[in-house]
Ligand binder design. Structure first.
Ligand SMILES: NC(=O)c1ccc[n+]([C@@H]2O[C@H](COP(=O)([O-])OP(=O)(O)OC[C@H]3O[C@@H](n4cnc5c(N)ncnc54)[C@H](O)[C@@H]3O)[C@@H](O)[C@H]2O)c1
Length: 328
C-alpha cells in the first residue's frame, strides 16, 4: 500500500485530499496544527484503518516513521483574514515549513507536491494568467506575506528539484470553493452565503466590477491528483476560467438563497486584485483536465452544506483566536 503524507489535512482542501487518497486505496497520514483548520473536517476518517493523524507544526522539524511515497504540502493559512492576522506564521509555513518537507521528501525518496496559489501573480497586468507570467506583487503590502511566502516556496521547490533531483510538482491553485470552507474565513463565497443565512445585506468591497473565477473542490482535487501522477515538474494552474464580476455573483447568490437582501458597497481593501482568471491550457494539454462542475450546481452543494452547520457557527466572529499559536 502506497503511503502519502498530507499537511494541512484538517483544512478545507487538505481534508478533501485525504478523502480522495483514502478512496484510491492509499495509507494516508494527515498532519496539522489546527491554526486555521478544524478537527471536525477529519472526524469521519478517525477510525479508518488506513488513516492516521499527527498533530504537528510543520515549521518545526518534521519526522514521520516508516516509508513515504508521496507528500502533499497544503499547510498554510489561505484566506486574507487569516494571513493578515498571523503574518509571521504565514511566512514561516511557506518558507521553513516547505524546507522541512522538502528535506523529508529527500530523506524518504518521496515525490512532493506543493500547494502554490494564483496569488503569486499578485495584481496581474496580464489577463488571463498563464504559468509563464512572472506576476505583479507588492512585496511590502499587507498581502505580501502570503504572496512572497508562496513565491519563495516555488523557488526552493525548484532548487531541490534541480540541485537534488527531487521529484517535485507545483500546483497554482485559483479560488476554490465547496463544503468545509469556513463560513467566517472572509472569502467571498462563505461571506455572501453567511450574510444570506443571517438575513444581512451582501457586502461588496469596491464597485463590484472586479472579477473572480471559482473552481469546485472536486474539480480542484482531480486536477491535483492528475498533476501528482504526471511527469511535469513546473507550475501548473488549476482553477476554473469562467469569470464573473462580484456584483453579478452577489446577484446570483441572492437568487440561489431565495432571500431578499440588498447589496451594500464598502471601500476596496489595499492590493485586492481586480481580475483573476486562470489560463488552463497547460493543464488541459498535459493533464487532460478541465473543470466539470457548473457554478450553479456547485454553489447549491456549498450552500446546502452551510445550512447544515449549527446556528452558533453562523454568528462566530470572523477572526479565530490565534493566541495559543503566537509566541510572545
Ligand atoms: N482554498 C483556495 O481557494 C486556495 C487557493 C490557493 C491556494 N490554496 C492553498 O491550498 C492550501 C490549503 O488551503 P485551504 O483553503 O484548505 O486553507 P485552510 O486554512 O482551510 O487549510 C490550511 C490548513 O493548514 C494548517 N496549517 C497552517 N499552518 C500550519 C503549520 N505551521 N503546521 C501545520 N499545519 C498548518 C491549518 O491548520 C489548516 O488546517 C494552502 O497552502 C493554500 O495556500 C488554497
Amino acid at each position: 500500500m502506497k503511503r502519502v503524507l498530507i499537511t494541512g489535512a484538517a483544512g478545507f482542501l487538505g481534508s478533501h485530499l485525504c478523502d480522495r487518497f483514502i478512496k484510491e486505496g492509499f495509507h494516508v497520514i494527515g498532519m496539522d496544527n489546527f491554526i486555521t483548520g478544524d478537527k471536525n473536517n477529519l472526524t469521519h476518517l478517525e477510525s479508518h484503518p488506513n488513516f492516521e493523524f499527527i498533530e504537528h507544526d510543520v515549521t518545526e522539524f518534521v519526522s514521520v516513521e516508516g516509508d513515504l511515497d508521496y507528500i502533499l504540502h497544503f499547510a498554510s493559512p489561505a484566506s486574507p483574514i487569516d494571513y493578515l492576522k498571523i503574518p509571521i506564521q504565514t511566512l514561516k509555513v511557506g518558507s521553513l515549513g516547505t524546507h522541512n518537507l522538502l528535506g523529508l521528501a529527500k530523506a524518504k525518496k518521496a515525490r512532493i507536491l506543493i500547494a502554490s496559489t494564483s496569488e503569486v501573480y499578485g495584481d496581474p497586468l496580464v489577463h488571463p494568467q498563464r504559468e509563464d507570467y512572472y506576476g505583479n506583487v507588492n512585496t511590502i503590502g499587507p498581502r505580501g506575506v502570503y504572496d512572497e511566502a508562496k513565491r519563495f516556496q516555488e523557488s526552493i521547490t525548484m532548487a531541490y528539484h534541480r540541485f537534488h533531483g527531487l521529484e517535485t510538482r507545483i500546483v497554482r491553485i485559483f479560488n476554490t470553493y465547496g463544503p468545509r470552507m469556513r463560513l467566517n474565513d472572509g472569502r467571498v463565497i462563505p461571506a455572501f452565503m453567511g450574510q444570506a443565512l443571517r438575513g444581512e445585506d451582501l457586502t461588496i468591497f469596491g464597485d463590484g466590477s472586479q472579477t473572480r473565477s471559482f473552481c469546485f473542490v472536486d474539480d480542484q482535487v482531480e486536477g491535483i491528483f492528475r498533476l501528482l501522477f504526471s511527469d511535469y515538474a513546473y507550475p501548473v494552474n488549476i482553477g476554473n476560467p469562467h469569470e464573473i464580476s462580484i456584483k453579478d455573483f452577489a446577484e446570483e447568490i441572492i437568487k440561489l438563497t431565495g432571500t431578499e437582501q440588498k447589496i451594500i458597497y464598502k471601500p476596496l481593501p489595499e492590493d485586492d486584485p481586480l481580475q483573476r482568471q486562470p489560463d488552463i491550457s497547460l493543464a488541459k494539454k498535459i493533464l487532460h483536465w478541465e473543470p466539470k462542475m457548473g457554478r450553479s450546481e456547485g454553489m447549491k452543494i456549498t450552500f446546502d452544506y452551510f445550512k447544515t452547520l449549527p446556528q452558533d457557527a453562523l454568528f462566530k466572529s470572523a477572526h479565530k483566536d490565534f493566541s495559543n499559536h503566537i509566541r510572545k
